[in-house]
Design a protein around this ligand. Structure first.
Ligand SMILES: [Zn+2]
Length: 206
């Protein structure tokens, strides 16, 4: 395991805060009618005078989108939640500070799609207190809680689980560290979930 340098978590926390504040400042320029969730990403981009252009990219591996001047290009062959995330990511490239990094644009997309006040309020009502990754998998298995949250915010599972970690709703993941091990966290969650599904199917119908 690689040791985290002293102060790194504090820096990360500050950067995250800065990213969220920048996203909030951007949303302050967007009419209130567009603040509902799932966030209407194309309308938000248009309200900020960006044109969202749909393209199909076949010759670039792992292409999600790009932006140039006032245009944001998204790949129409991707799933709707991926395209929504891409618009948020590209808005990050347009709105964040000079020298920003790719992960900061992902954090920006997360901040726009999963607004902290709304997420905290909803998790407070629906869940009440932080859960372990395993308990999240159980709640998904029993009542589709994680899926309900992805639908509410129009995001994929990866973005949702990352936000749950960052907002402090996964007890076995320190808040704001999901960037360090986001894929691992996501994999671990799905391992629990798959195990629950497998157990349930072994038991068979009642
Ligand atoms: Zn990018």
């Amino acid at each position: 395991m690689v040791a985290i340098p002293d102060g790194y978590m504090n820096d990360l926390l500050n950067i995250r805060r800065e990213v969220h504040d920048t996203a909030d400042a951007m949303m302050a320029d967007v009419p209130r009618t567009l603040h509902s969730v799932p966030r209407p990403m194309i309308a938000i981009a248009e309200a900020l005078h960006y044109e969202v252009v749909s393209i199909i990219v076949t010759d670039v591996n792992n292409f999600h989108g790009c932006s140039n001047g006032s245009r944001i290009y998204i790949d129409i062959s991707h799933q709707p939640w991926e395209r929504r995330f891409t618009i948020g990511h590209e808005l990050g490239h347009r709105c964040l500070w000079v020298g920003h990094k790719e992960w900061e644009c992902n954090a920006y997309a997360e901040a726009v799609l999963l607004p902290r006040n709304d997420v905290r309020q909803v998790l407070g009502e629906w869940v009440g207190h932080p859960l372990s990754l395993k308990a999240w998998a159980v709640r998904e298995h029993e009542e589709g809680l994680v899926t309900r949250l992805t639908k509410r915010y129009g995001v994929g599972y990866n973005a949702l689980i990352s936000a749950l970690g960052n907002y402090g709703y996964i007890v076995d993941v320190p808040p704001w560290s999901a960037r360090l091990n986001g894929d691992r966290v996501f994999e671990e969650y799905f391992q629990y979930f798959r195990a629950l599904k497998a157990n349930a199917s072994r038991r068979g119908p009642l």
